[in-house]
Design a protein around this ligand. Structure first.
Ligand code: HAM
Length: 413
């Protein structure tokens, strides 16, 4: 039996957990001010929830899902992303009468990808979904929340917002016909994946990383040239809104995203600082998804962000913990129990307190320093009798004697 984590998974040791907690805290606080509520859906779903929605020919479905049969014979899939599960939950809980809805979520996702820096097989996303919003301003609102979170995490200046429009279904169908005609001329030279996609889902070819495909794509008909007036004016308003909020963006007509459910606006905040895994927060509009899954027509927009990638970009400063710790030190055996009681009472009063175990006072004091404690409280029989305690400031070395009542006031900073 190998005593190691499965390839592409990682243990979140305290240093990383601390980062994840901070990210979730800031993201959730920001989402709350934007009027979002929290939702949590199961980690696995019936396979169809993902296989029928994300696109049979998308990399995620074709190569990356963790799909298995459970003991009852059902085909289940570990969620590779959050949107399809939330759409399923919206339908199965009959939430249509509550529309519009704004949801925030955070949790693990699973994709069988080739692991590298910033890319894992179990990774974590926080994300938002705005269900029942059809105006371009809601796209702007949704993107502005992502921007705000990146700003509050102090990493927005290391990213560039790239946006594109995939237009509505009518625009995409016209483009699709032109694209198939063009690509068919080069069919023999396309990669094996793209040959399959040419029959099943030609738009996916635009997402190909294969160098030969990319060469052929250079002269392919561009979607932007086939956007109808409705699609164009929708996208213009999104761009106008972003400018109005002073959110810098870059048009990227090659941005098609890896999942099939998108319509109109798609976007990614991309960084240069993580090698090839540059997308840190990405999403778009998915007007047809819920209807395609059997629910009512529900225009929607959302995004998700990879916590591992954000954690890699996060500056130490933002993690600085302002909580001052009190170290309680029993000077003799007979004071251990009373020290435990005082520790409990201080904690109940909301003061972060550590009871220091083992060794004499000198050794315990060293441990308190190593812990980064702000104050040390040494308790012996004399202190217990007089109920007066010596509080030592471990930063400047000063010592002050305070009564038990004053103690709580002094330490509650
Ligand atoms: P996605 O672009 O597939 O979109 O993933 C969103 C983010 O998750 C990426 O920008 C990246 O930061 C992170 N991510 C993806 N795969 C990995 C991985 N293997 N390891 C580490 N991080 C990863 C979605 O998932 C859509 N559901 C977003 C969305 C929400 N669209 C509309 N609503």
């Amino acid at each position: 039996m190998k005593m190691q984590a499965v390839r592409g998974t990682q243990d979140l040791l305290p240093q990383t957990s601390k980062r994840f907690r901070k990210i979730d805290e800031i993201a959730w606080q920001s989402a709350k001010t934007f009027g979002f509520e929290e939702i949590d859906t199961p980690i696995f779903e019936f396979s169809d929830v993902f296989h029928r929605t994300l696109g049979e020919t998308s990399d995620v479905v074709a190569k990356e899902t963790y799909t298995f049969q459970d003991r009852g014979g059902d085909s289940l899939t570990l969620r590779p992303e959050g949107t399809a599960g939330i759409a399923r939950a919206f339908i199965s809980n009959g939430l249509a009468q509550l529309l519009p809805l704004k949801y925030y979520y955070c949790g693990p996702m699973f994709r069988y990808e080739r692991p590298q820096k910033g890319r894992y097989r179990q990774f974590h996303q926080f994300g938002v979904e705005c269900l029942g919003f059809d105006s371009p301003e809601s796209d702007v609102e949704c993107i502005s929340l992502g921007f705000e979170i990146l700003q509050r995490l102090n990493i927005q200046n290391r990213t560039v917002l790239e946006i594109n429009s995939l237009g509505d279904a009518a625009s995409r169908n016209i483009h699709k016909d032109k694209l198939v005609t063009y690509l068919s001329k080069f069919e023999a030279d396309l990669s094996e994946d793209s040959k399959v996609r040419l029959k099943k889902n030609p738009l996916r070819i635009l997402d190909s990383k294969d160098p030969k495909d990319q060469e052929i794509l250079k002269n392919a008909p561009q979607l932007k040239d086939f956007l109808n007036d409705t699609s164009k004016s929708f996208f213009d308003r999104v761009c106008e809104g972003l400018s109005l909020l002073s959110i810098p963006y870059k048009l990227n007509t090659g941005l098609v995203r890896g999942l099939d459910y998108y319509t109109h606006t798609v976007f990614e905040f991309v960084t240069q600082d993580l090698g090839s895994q540059g997308a840190v927060l990405s999403g778009g509009r998915y007007d047809g998804l819920i209807e395609q899954m059997g629910g009512p027509a529900t225009p929607s927009v959302g995004w998700a962000s990879g916590m591992e990638r954000i954690a890699l970009l996060l500056d130490e400063n933002i993690l600085a913990d302002s909580t001052a710790i009190v170290a309680v030190i029993a000077a003799e055996d007979s004071a251990e129990l009373e020290s435990l009681k005082l520790t409990f009472e201080l904690r109940k009063a909301g003061i972060s307190t550590e009871l220091i175990y083992g060794g004499n006072v000198g050794k315990k004091m060293k441990k308190a320093n190593k812990l980064g404690a702000r104050w040390a409280l040494v308790i012996g029989s004399r202190e217990l009798e007089s109920q007066k305690f010596a509080v030592k400031d471990l930063v400047n070395g000063e010592q002050q004697e305070v009564s038990r009542d004053q103690l709580f006031l002094k330490l509650k900073i």
